[in-house]
Design a binder for this molecule. Structure first.
Ligand code: HEM
Length: 405
């Protein structure tokens, strides 16, 4: 008898793609923070046999892991090599190459376009009595912007969204079958997007335009250009790293504002607070909950010995609520003196797209608040449903009723 679905290898069963046992109920996935509190108190660095990894829950330990690529390598699982899964010196070189497109100054030039797209989406939303923040607003905005940056035709945005969602989905559960299904879907998604971007690239080679793709084709460092595979990989990574995360940042902020009418009023009275709402949302409801690494040496963390080659999962969603770092960590505060959350990572892999994500979220929230008098849940009895992912934090749908001005 032939086995159609090969058993996933140790690398394929990478821990950050497998849900942890403690978070199996829907209620806990929607609000996992009390579970992180317990784990942080009782087992700040612990080994999980089922996922074959070390989990790290305290702020200082998480920061130590992210700050020390010599001890904790980014080469993890079977993911195709990308800037995200490289270590120095290779990472340093590639990062310098692509950095230019994402500096705050470069991103500022997108401001008018982001405002136009936001206004267009909200204009459409006005026609409806309730809107799904995800489907109607927070989902399309980052996809349209990144698709345009890459030079993909806007009509393809649904296609791009569908496949980029496939590439961030985790396994349904920790069974081999669920992991194999996820890998199968990911391979399909990757193959589709590779062909898609290969096609655009070949057009840009003969006909350069003023877009990110052309800039990446022409970029060089020490006389070297990116290879075609690196270019394609980078385009795919931008979709994977930038779409669902930004959607969830905007949606998680709106989710919180519908949960706390006092904060919603405070922000309405003084829109200078919007930047703080975004930073506090990043801390309180982080779109990415955990970051994976692999121990590059035998090492010690939080008094625990970790053997070279072990998977190490850093729970930023827990670190962000560490009482040793943040005063009243379970309160959403828009007047904190600073917001040293780890939601964009830390150190050499710090999120390249952070200036873009912050700008999009700022424009999205400012526009939404300035044209409305109130945003509330459309149906107070309807339960939210968490995105079924072990490392992404957000909801599948967020139906709201907006009282437009
Ligand atoms: C709220 C939205 C976002 C969140 C929460 C987020 C989160 C993160 C995190 C946690 C990392 C570090 C991963 C690690 O250390 O292994 C990261 C890296 C990265 N992000 Fe983001 N991201 C967001 C938006 C974006 C956007 C909009 C883009 C681009 C369009 C982007 C592109 C990247 C890239 C390319 C890296 C890899 C950087 C490197 O390895 O040097 N991200 N992001």
């Amino acid at each position: 008898m032939t086995n159609q679905t090969a058993r996933p290898s140790k690398e394929e069963r990478y821990a950050n793609l497998i849900p942890m046992e403690e978070l199996h109920s829907e209620k806990d996935r929607l609000f996992p923070f009390p579970i992180y509190d317990k784990l942080r108190r009782e087992s700040p660095v612990r080994y999980d046999q089922q996922r074959d990894c070390w989990d790290v829950f305290k702020y200082d330990d998480v920061q130590f892991v992210l700050k020390n690529p010599k001890f904790f390598s980014s080469k993890r699982g079977i993911q195709t090599e990308s800037i995200l899964t490289m270590d120095p010196p290779k990472h340093t070189k590639l990062r310098a190459l692509v950095n230019r497109a994402f500096t705050p100054k470069a991103v500022k030039q997108l401001e008018t376009r982001i405002k136009d797209v936001t206004a267009f989406l909200l204009q459409e939303a006005r026609q409806k009595s309730t809107i799904d923040i995800i489907e109607d607003f927070a989902g399309p905005l980052p996809v349209i912007i990144i698709a345009e940056m890459l030079g993909a035709p806007i009509e393809d945005r649904h296609l791009i969204k569908t496949y980029s969602d496939v590439l961030v989905a985790g396994a349904k559960d920790s069974s081999d079958k669920a992991v194999a299904d996820m890998l199968h879907n990911r391979r399909d998604g990757h193959a589709f997007l590779s062909d898609y971007f290969r096609d655009i690239l070949s057009k840009r080679r003969t006909e350069p335009k003023e877009d990110l793709m052309t800039m990446l084709l022409q970029a060089e460092i020490d006389g070297e250009h990116l290879t075609e595979e690196q270019l394609i990989g980078f385009c795919i990574l931008l979709l994977v790293a930038g779409n669902e995360t930004t959607t969830n940042l905007i949606a998680n902020a709106v989710r919180y504002l519908t949960e706390d009418s006092v904060v919603q009023q405070q922000v309405r009275q003084n829109t200078d607070n919007i930047a703080n709402v975004i930073e506090e949302t990043l801390r309180y409801y982080p779109p990415v909950q955990a970051i994976g690494r692999v121990a590059a040496e035998d090492t010690e963390l939080g008094g625990v010995f970790i053997k070279k080659g072990s998977s190490v999962i850093s729970w930023i969603a827990s670190a962000n609520r560490d009482e040793d770092k943040f005063c009243e960590p379970d309160c959403f505060k828009i007047d904190r003196p600073s917001y040293p959350h780890l939601s964009f990572g830390f150190g050499i892999h710090f999120c390249l797209g952070a200036p873009l994500a912050r700008l999009e979220a700022n424009i999205a929230l400012s526009s939404l608040l300035s044209m409305s008098a109130c945003i509330e849940k459309a149906d107070h009895d309807e339960k939210l449903e968490a995105i079924p992912s072990p490392f992404v934090f957000g909801v599948k749908r967020l139906p709201v009723r907006i009282t437009f001005k």
